[in-house]
Design a protein around this ligand. Structure first.
Ligand code: THU
Length: 136
Protein backbone atom coordinates (compact mmCIF):
# COMPACT_ATOMS: atom_id res chain seq x y z
CA UNK A 1 0.00 0.00 0.00
CA UNK A 2 1.24 3.51 -0.81
CA UNK A 3 2.30 5.55 2.23
CA UNK A 4 -0.18 8.42 2.72
CA UNK A 5 1.37 11.87 2.42
CA UNK A 6 1.65 14.20 5.39
CA UNK A 7 -1.27 16.44 4.41
CA UNK A 8 -3.56 13.40 4.26
CA UNK A 9 -2.26 12.13 7.60
CA UNK A 10 -2.83 15.52 9.22
CA UNK A 11 -6.36 15.83 7.89
CA UNK A 12 -7.18 12.24 8.87
CA UNK A 13 -5.85 12.66 12.39
CA UNK A 14 -7.66 15.96 12.94
CA UNK A 15 -10.89 14.35 11.75
CA UNK A 16 -10.32 11.46 14.18
CA UNK A 17 -9.86 13.96 17.02
CA UNK A 18 -13.10 15.71 15.99
CA UNK A 19 -14.89 12.34 16.03
CA UNK A 20 -13.46 11.49 19.46
CA UNK A 21 -14.61 14.89 20.74
CA UNK A 22 -18.21 13.84 20.25
CA UNK A 23 -17.79 11.49 23.25
CA UNK A 24 -16.48 14.20 25.59
CA UNK A 25 -18.07 14.15 29.03
CA UNK A 26 -17.91 17.82 29.95
CA UNK A 27 -21.12 18.70 31.83
CA UNK A 28 -19.43 21.40 33.95
CA UNK A 29 -17.29 23.41 31.55
CA UNK A 30 -19.26 22.39 28.44
CA UNK A 31 -15.87 22.65 26.72
CA UNK A 32 -15.55 19.51 24.64
CA UNK A 33 -12.10 18.48 23.53
CA UNK A 34 -11.05 15.59 21.32
CA UNK A 35 -7.59 14.16 20.77
CA UNK A 36 -6.17 11.47 18.52
CA UNK A 37 -2.76 9.83 18.51
CA UNK A 38 -1.12 8.28 15.48
CA UNK A 39 1.40 5.44 15.85
CA UNK A 40 4.19 4.73 13.39
CA UNK A 41 2.29 1.56 12.49
CA UNK A 42 -0.63 3.74 11.35
CA UNK A 43 -3.00 3.09 14.23
CA UNK A 44 -5.16 5.93 15.51
CA UNK A 45 -6.32 6.11 19.13
CA UNK A 46 -8.86 8.75 20.09
CA UNK A 47 -9.88 10.23 23.42
CA UNK A 48 -11.98 13.04 24.85
CA UNK A 49 -12.03 14.98 28.10
CA UNK A 50 -13.92 13.58 31.10
CA UNK A 51 -14.98 15.87 33.94
CA UNK A 52 -15.91 15.21 37.57
CA UNK A 53 -18.17 17.01 40.04
CA UNK A 54 -14.96 17.15 42.05
CA UNK A 55 -13.52 19.43 39.38
CA UNK A 56 -9.86 18.71 39.98
CA UNK A 57 -10.35 15.09 38.94
CA UNK A 58 -11.10 16.15 35.38
CA UNK A 59 -8.85 14.60 32.76
CA UNK A 60 -7.99 16.26 29.46
CA UNK A 61 -8.61 14.65 26.09
CA UNK A 62 -4.89 14.35 25.35
CA UNK A 63 -4.21 12.34 28.50
CA UNK A 64 -7.27 10.14 28.04
CA UNK A 65 -6.10 9.31 24.50
CA UNK A 66 -2.55 8.71 25.72
CA UNK A 67 -3.62 6.51 28.65
CA UNK A 68 -5.93 4.53 26.38
CA UNK A 69 -3.17 4.00 23.84
CA UNK A 70 -0.49 3.10 26.38
CA UNK A 71 -2.72 0.60 28.15
CA UNK A 72 -3.54 -1.00 24.82
CA UNK A 73 0.18 -1.56 24.36
CA UNK A 74 0.67 1.17 21.77
CA UNK A 75 3.97 3.06 21.62
CA UNK A 76 5.99 5.01 19.07
CA UNK A 77 3.59 7.90 18.49
CA UNK A 78 4.39 10.12 15.53
CA UNK A 79 1.60 12.68 15.84
CA UNK A 80 -1.23 13.88 18.03
CA UNK A 81 -4.19 16.05 17.03
CA UNK A 82 -6.29 18.14 19.40
CA UNK A 83 -9.62 19.73 18.47
CA UNK A 84 -12.11 21.96 20.29
CA UNK A 85 -14.46 24.85 19.45
CA UNK A 86 -11.88 27.52 20.07
CA UNK A 87 -10.46 30.14 17.74
CA UNK A 88 -7.36 28.60 16.11
CA UNK A 89 -7.83 25.47 18.25
CA UNK A 90 -6.98 24.54 21.85
CA UNK A 91 -3.39 24.36 23.05
CA UNK A 92 -2.50 21.41 25.34
CA UNK A 93 -2.18 22.29 29.02
CA UNK A 94 1.09 21.90 30.91
CA UNK A 95 0.16 18.54 32.44
CA UNK A 96 -0.58 17.06 29.02
CA UNK A 97 2.62 18.51 27.60
CA UNK A 98 4.59 16.71 30.32
CA UNK A 99 2.91 13.36 29.60
CA UNK A 100 3.33 13.82 25.85
CA UNK A 101 7.00 14.72 26.37
CA UNK A 102 7.46 11.44 28.26
CA UNK A 103 5.52 9.10 26.00
CA UNK A 104 5.35 10.84 22.63
CA UNK A 105 8.54 12.95 22.60
CA UNK A 106 8.99 12.85 18.83
CA UNK A 107 5.38 13.57 17.94
CA UNK A 108 4.08 16.41 15.82
CA UNK A 109 1.10 18.25 17.32
CA UNK A 110 -1.82 19.33 15.13
CA UNK A 111 -4.31 21.82 16.54
CA UNK A 112 -7.63 22.81 14.99
CA UNK A 113 -10.88 24.56 15.75
CA UNK A 114 -13.76 22.10 15.40
CA UNK A 115 -15.55 24.70 13.25
CA UNK A 116 -12.65 24.81 10.80
CA UNK A 117 -10.90 21.46 10.61
CA UNK A 118 -9.03 22.53 7.49
CA UNK A 119 -6.96 25.19 9.27
CA UNK A 120 -4.45 23.13 11.17
CA UNK A 121 -1.71 24.69 13.27
CA UNK A 122 1.38 22.59 13.63
CA UNK A 123 3.78 22.24 16.56
CA UNK A 124 6.01 19.57 18.03
CA UNK A 125 5.89 18.07 21.52
CA UNK A 126 9.54 19.06 21.90
CA UNK A 127 8.72 22.65 20.92
CA UNK A 128 5.77 22.85 23.32
CA UNK A 129 7.83 21.65 26.28
CA UNK A 130 11.53 22.20 25.81
CA UNK A 131 13.84 20.87 28.52
CA UNK A 132 11.12 18.55 29.83
CA UNK A 133 11.62 16.87 33.19
CA UNK A 134 12.72 13.26 32.89
CA UNK A 135 14.26 10.67 35.19
CA UNK A 136 16.37 9.06 32.49
N1 THU B 1 -9.10 20.36 28.35
C1 THU B 1 -8.64 19.37 27.54
O1 THU B 1 -9.27 18.33 27.40
N2 THU B 1 -7.47 19.57 26.90
C2 THU B 1 -6.73 20.71 26.97
O2 THU B 1 -5.67 20.79 26.38
C3 THU B 1 -7.18 21.83 27.80
C4 THU B 1 -8.41 21.61 28.58
C5 THU B 1 -10.39 20.17 29.03
C6 THU B 1 -10.33 19.98 30.52
C7 THU B 1 -11.71 20.43 30.93
O3 THU B 1 -12.59 19.33 30.81
C8 THU B 1 -12.10 21.46 29.89
O4 THU B 1 -11.20 21.30 28.81
C9 THU B 1 -12.05 22.89 30.39
O5 THU B 1 -10.82 23.16 30.95
Amino acid sequence: MKKPNKAVLKATLVKAAARARKEAVAPYSKFQVGAALLTRAGEIIGGANVESASYGLTCCAERIALFKALTEGKRDFIAVAVVARWDQGPMPCGACRQLLAEYAPKADVYIADSDDLKTIREFTVQGLLPEAFTLS
